[in-house]
Design a protein around this ligand. Structure first.
Ligand code: FES
Length: 648
């Protein structure tokens, strides 16, 4: 420990002191000893606690640069002596009563912005604007005529600007332009000030704003269980002006939706906590996106949201407890329109918000948005979409029919139940391959940095490499060193060990090249966790195909979507058997398809109708009660026979 190394001096309790979180350099004032995770939350610093903070997963580790408290028994159990010396502690167990400087490791920092699709997403397409920005010119006579200001404006707008039947008869139909009380309050003075010349922003038949230049931006949100992503979009060009992502602060209430629904059910005020957490991050992203783009709050006039069913329920404050137990029915599934005020979103108060419809409890608006982005409703021949995240949602179909299901994939792909798992962030091993003699090659995100853990794409790669070098058998069994063919794979053999607890383990990155001197490893339970995810996802695919009477060869394509989709290698996805053997040309990675769908629905009214149509005609297949599920799942757990060592 150097002179600047962490100390364990604890000042008297109740003394006011400051905690500083790095690298954000954000400070929190504390008056008494408290749990570090609570103090971090107060400072809007998110620390992941995937299993509710019981001190057993070591996912919440942070490093004290100054003022480290004495290690707790859980610290001593989970962290190596060198890590303790360097100031690492488990945040969920850490009660502090001293000034401290704490570094949040890369795995807990803000994730990279998710993509909301290419700049030319709408190129060559006929778009039916959700918000019409219509120039108008009122003559002095129309301003002084028998018409009210609203009627005069209604007459001046082209008829397709508000889907209105405009007639000279003022008392006729309900399709005429309407406006809120707030818009009406300022309409006459605004028109007068503009001398009858300006722009109107109209959504449907609702007048949102009148000005010399009306607001023309919108927000598209993808509310994921792990990450909330938002994009600021120009509603006229459809282009993304800024995009940001942030960890969903609900992770401190549980890694997956079931844990969070249980939190809402069991903890008094738990539902409100979950709503506040997601609304806070949605508002924060709105503020940061508009600041980044240099525009004001009132320039954002629309927003769309997609998310799984639980996230959608939490967002609007609807009771989600029904989603947690059979028959898994929530409060609503339809698309929802609401005002910015209802979500307290800091944008134009007249802005129209639109929330994607859900299909069923486990196939939410994010899957509907992804199916929209994949153009499944327009496909002439059947295609399959697999949206891999905390859950796996699978949609199979074409323009004539659609089936969907979901599998309890678990968050293995996001690193949650893998011993050294982490998100795809700086410090994550994201690529692994095996070479001659079992030489293991790894790549770490960030280049010349120490490895901190392994992300989903690295995990899939690693399993393929371990299959190729005989460390894992096709049934998922990891061999102990005593059974390993060390003569055939001499460079792999020294990496194998058995822990004192009896866990079979393989070292991916040596301690000296890893953060805190803690080697990045995989053990037999990690392999089993991946096998369960892969098995349930593959079983879902097989049963949907069977239900449709199709073979894999009859598919026109498989679309893989999800946060980490773009990092995956097709050969590895095939190598672990996540998808069946097929022509790799037919496998496509869509990236953040749900976010792309949210962007489409923000700009294009027709996209909204398509999403509603997809949700309306998609037939849900329940896997848990399917008579063939158990057998199919058991078969799907097996890994394929390994191919040759890859060289790409
Ligand atoms: S050890 Fe703290 S959240 Fe698991």
């Amino acid at each position: 420990m150097s002179s600047s190394a962490p100390s364990s001096d604890v000042p008297p309790p109740n003394a006011p002191f400051t905690l500083t979180f790095l690298p954000d350099n954000r400070s929190v004032e504390c008056a008494e000893a408290a749990l570090l995770t609570d103090l971090a939350a107060a400072g809007e610093i998110n620390i992941d606690q995937p299993y509710g903070g019981h001190g057993r997963c070591a996912k919440c580790r942070v490093r004290f640069i100054e003022g480290a408290p004495p290690p707790t028994p859980e610290d001593q159990r989970q962290l190596s002596p060198s890590m303790l010396t360097e100031g690492w502690r488990l945040a969920c167990q850490c009660r502090i009563a001293a000034p401290a400087v704490i570094e949040i490791p890369p795995s807990e920092r803000a994730p990279d912005a998710k993509s909301f699709g290419p700049p030319d997403l709408f190129a060559g397409q006929a778009v039916e604007p959700v918000v019409r920005i219509v120039p108008f010119s009122l003559t002095p006579s129309s301003l002084q005529s028998q018409y009210s200001a609203l009627d005069a404006l209604d007459k001046a707008l082209p008829s397709d600007s508000c889907n209105a039947l405009i007639t000279n008869d003022l008392d006729v139909n309900s399709e005429r332009l309407s406006a809120s009380v707030a818009v009406l309050e300022s309409l006459s003075p605004t028109l007068e000030k503009l001398k009858g010349q300006g722009e109107a922003a109209v959504m449907g038949n609702r007048l949102l704003a009148v000005a010399a230049r009306v607001p023309r931006y919108g927000l598209a949100y993808d509310i994921g269980t792990t990450t909330v992503a938002g994009a600021l979009v120009d509603l006229v060009s459809g282009k993304v002006r800024a995009a940001l992502s942030k960890l969903n602060p609900q992770v401190r209430f549980g890694a997956d939706v079931i844990a969070r629904i249980h939190h809402a059910m069991k903890k008094p005020g738990g539902g409100a906590q979950l709503r506040q957490a997601v609304c806070r991050v949605v508002c924060e992203l709105a503020e940061r996106l508009r600041t980044q783009a240099g525009i004001g709050t009132r320039e954002i006039i629309a927003a769309t949201f997609c998310g799984n069913s639980a996230m959608t329920h939490f967002l609007v404050g609807a009771d989600a407890t029904g989603l947690g137990a059979s028959p898994y029915v929530g409060t609503f599934t339809r698309e929802l329109e609401c005002s910015a005020a209802e979500l307290q979103l800091p944008i134009h108060p007249e802005a129209g918000l639109w929330i994607f419809p859900q299909l069923r409890s486990h196939v939410g608006g994010d899957a509907m948005a992804a199916a929209l982005a994949a153009g499944m409703d327009r496909a002439a021949r059947p295609v399959m979409l697999i949206d891999l995240g905390t859950n796996a949602e699978i949609v199979l179909g074409c323009r004539d029919w659609m089936l969907a299901t979901s599998t309890a994939a678990g968050p293995a792909f996001e690193g949650h139940n893998i011993s050294h798992g982490m998100r795809a962030a700086v410090g994550a091993v994201d690529r692994v391959s095996a070479g001659p003699g079992g030489k293991l090659l790894t790549r770490v995100i960030g280049g010349n940095v120490k490895a901190h853990g392994i992300c989903g794409s690295g995990l899939i790669d690693a399993v393929v490499a371990l299959l190729q070098t005989g460390v894992i058998e096709t049934n998922g069994r990891m061999l102990p060193p005593t059974e390993y063919a060390a003569d055939r794979w001499p460079r792999m053999a020294p990496r194998l060990s058995v822990t004192p607890e009896g866990r079979r383990m393989v070292e991916l990155v040596a301690a000296e090249r890893s953060e805190g001197g803690r080697a990045v490893t995989l053990n037999d339970l990690d392999i089993r966790a991946l096998q369960l995810v892969k098995g349930s996802t593959r079983a879902g695919m097989e049963l949907l195909l069977r239900e449709a009477g199709l073979s894999v060869a009859e598919l026109d394509g498989i679309y893989l979507a999800g946060a980490f989709g773009n990092f995956l290698r097709k050969t590895s996805v095939l190598g672990i058997g996540l998808i069946p053997r097929m022509d790799l040309e037919k496998v496509h990675f869509l990236g953040n398809a749900a976010g792309i769908g949210a962007r489409m629905a923000l700009v294009d009214q027709a996209a909204r109708r398509r999403a509603v149509d997809i949700a309306g005609r998609c037939r849900y297949i329940e896997l848990a009660t399917h008579p063939d599920y158990t057998d199919t799942f058991a078969e799907a757990m097996a890994f394929p026979e390994p191919g040759d060592l890859d060289t790409d």
